[in-house]
Design a protein around this ligand. Structure first.
Ligand SMILES: NC(=O)c1ccc[n+]([C@@H]2O[C@H](COP(=O)([O-])OP(=O)(O)OC[C@H]3O[C@@H](n4cnc5c(N)ncnc54)[C@H](OP(=O)(O)O)[C@@H]3O)[C@@H](O)[C@H]2O)c1
Length: 428
């Protein structure tokens, strides 16, 4: 099938995520980025171009040229990013994966359905892909072929997320920790102490916000960062050195810092606990552990640590992996139907001149061939002939389109039955 679709991509599968930056278009500002992509499209004579860059992948999806070969790939990435130009040719070729024709589409479906993701089943990539398309479409970088492909990609990904359980069961440590916290059924007024204001606690805070937990005191070595996190949670901020003086009590303690030794020692814990004998929830997302192990032994509390969560994350990931085969089945089925959609569209395009031609035949007949006879008719008869001609014109335009679509529907039905048959045979 001559789509002439190609993908050049660098992902977490071929390179360290930090090195992906060498292959992106190094421009953030949207107008400048669009201009650079237009230059790229012109330089390599691409008919259409779509560009996606995330922290785990960069992808150039284009149509309209022959299979990209070694020289093309090298020249392309040297044009894209001066940092790539400083890498050896072998390194570039090792990191760049090429997908062409049906395989390019298959890859796109897999990306959208999150089958190709670092964390399988994370839907974020689906949103990023749609945003990337909207941007490229609005900038006039894409055309009818990529539009068709993306329509099918969106439908396919939606089907995968609806028909499989690929996105179920959390696999990130932070979301698993928050799920554990929910199991304790703390009230929305529960008092939280957060120690650390880095990326991990900020992610945890996002979950807290969604569930309406905002009775929070944030303690951090650098007060400015504590301020930012506390503001997000509408809580209060303090320097870490003030933690031993905290006398307002707590129900849950969430600790995550980069310290290599426990920040919350039994001594400190006793101070912030005071005379409170209630059961506490302790969540420690740091590695190594930042809440001293002795605390769980000495005090009435439930401890949620990273080791247990990792085990759960592994189990959940194994579950998601088990859903990949189902997702791939859906993708293969959709690939087959895309072939039909693409062919239909090509015929539509090839026939787009028909209405114009039929109209000009009508004009020619009325103005030249039958002009003398028509001139002799009275006004009512002439009006009737004109209306009949107009009616014929409209009906004639529709006939070939409907006939071709019907023929394709029949072939399509045949293919769908063939596919169901193959599936049955595979199962038996
Ligand atoms: N990101 C994850 O998904 C993930 C998953 C599992 C485990 N972790 C663990 O989470 C911990 C922090 O990760 P992060 O991504 O949040 O890092 P981060 O964004 O760099 O933040 C580090 C936090 O730790 C504080 N900190 C660093 N050294 C400290 C010390 N010696 N004493 C007291 N506070 C200190 C920092 O305070 P300042 O603001 O003052 O610098 C900051 O609040 C690490 O132990 C990491 O292994 C992260």
């Amino acid at each position: 099938m001559p789509y002439n679709f190609h993908i050049l991509t660098v992902t977490h599968k071929t390179t360290h995520t930090d090195d992906i930056a060498n292959f992106i278009v190094p421009i953030d500002e949207p107008v400048l980025l669009a201009n650079r992509l237009k230059e790229l499209k012109a330089e390599y004579q691409l008919n259409e171009l779509m560009y996606l860059a995330t922290c785990n992948r960069v992808m150039f999806f284009f149509s309209g040229r022959l299979q990209p070969q070694r020289d093309f790939i090298l020249s392309f990435f040297k044009f894209v990013n001066p940092k790539a130009a400083r890498l050896s040719e072998e390194v570039i070729l090792e990191k760049v994966a090429v997908h062409s024709q049906e395989d390019a589409l298959r890859h796109l479906y897999k990306v959208a359905a999150s089958v190709d993701s670092m964390v399988i089943g994370e839907r974020e990539i689906f949103r990023q892909l749609r945003e990337a398309y909207d941007f490229c479409y609005q900038e006039g970088l894409t055309g009818d072929n990529i539009r068709l492909a993306m329509r099918s990609v969106v439908e396919t990904a939606k089907e995968v997320y609806a028909q499989t359980r690929i996105g179920e069961k959390p696999v990130s440590i932070v979301s698993l920790a928050f799920q554990k916290l929910l199991e304790f059924k703390l009230s929305r007024q529960a008092r939280f102490l957060m120690v650390g204001a880095g990326k991990t606690n900020t992610m945890f805070a996002d979950f807290m916000l969604k569930q309406g937990y905002n009775n929070v005191h944030v303690f951090n070595r650098t007060l400015e960062k504590a301020n930012i996190l506390a503001e997000k949670l509408e809580g209060k901020s303090h320097p870490l050195s003030d933690l031993p003086k905290h006398k307002e009590g707590f129900d849950a303690l969430v600790v995550c810092t980069g310290s290599v030794k426990p920040v919350v020692t039994p001594d400190l814990y006793e101070k912030i606990l005071g005379n409170d004998a209630e059961h506490k929830v302790l969540i420690d997302l740091s590695l190594p552990q930042n809440i001293d192990k002795e605390i769980a032994r000495l005090f009435d509390c439930s401890y949620v640590g990273i080791e247990g969560l990792r085990q759960l994350a592994k189990q959940n990931m194994a579950f998601r992996l088990g859903e990949v085969n189902k997702a791939n089945d859906i993708i293969e089925k959709r690939l087959k139907s895309f072939n039909m959609i693409f062919r239909e569209r090509q015929i539509e395009r090839a026939m787009s001149h028909l209405p114009h031609e039929i109209k000009s035949i009508r004009t020619h007949a009325m103005d030249k061939v039958f002009k003398n006879e028509l001139d002799k008719l009275d006004e009512d008869a002439r009006d009737l002939v004109e209306r009949m001609m107009e009616y014929m014109e409209k009906r004639c335009i529709g006939i070939p389109m409907v006939a071709i679509k019907d023929a394709y529907k029949k072939i399509h039905k045949g293919l769908a039955e063939e596919y169901q048959q193959e599936k049955k045979e595979l199962k038996s």
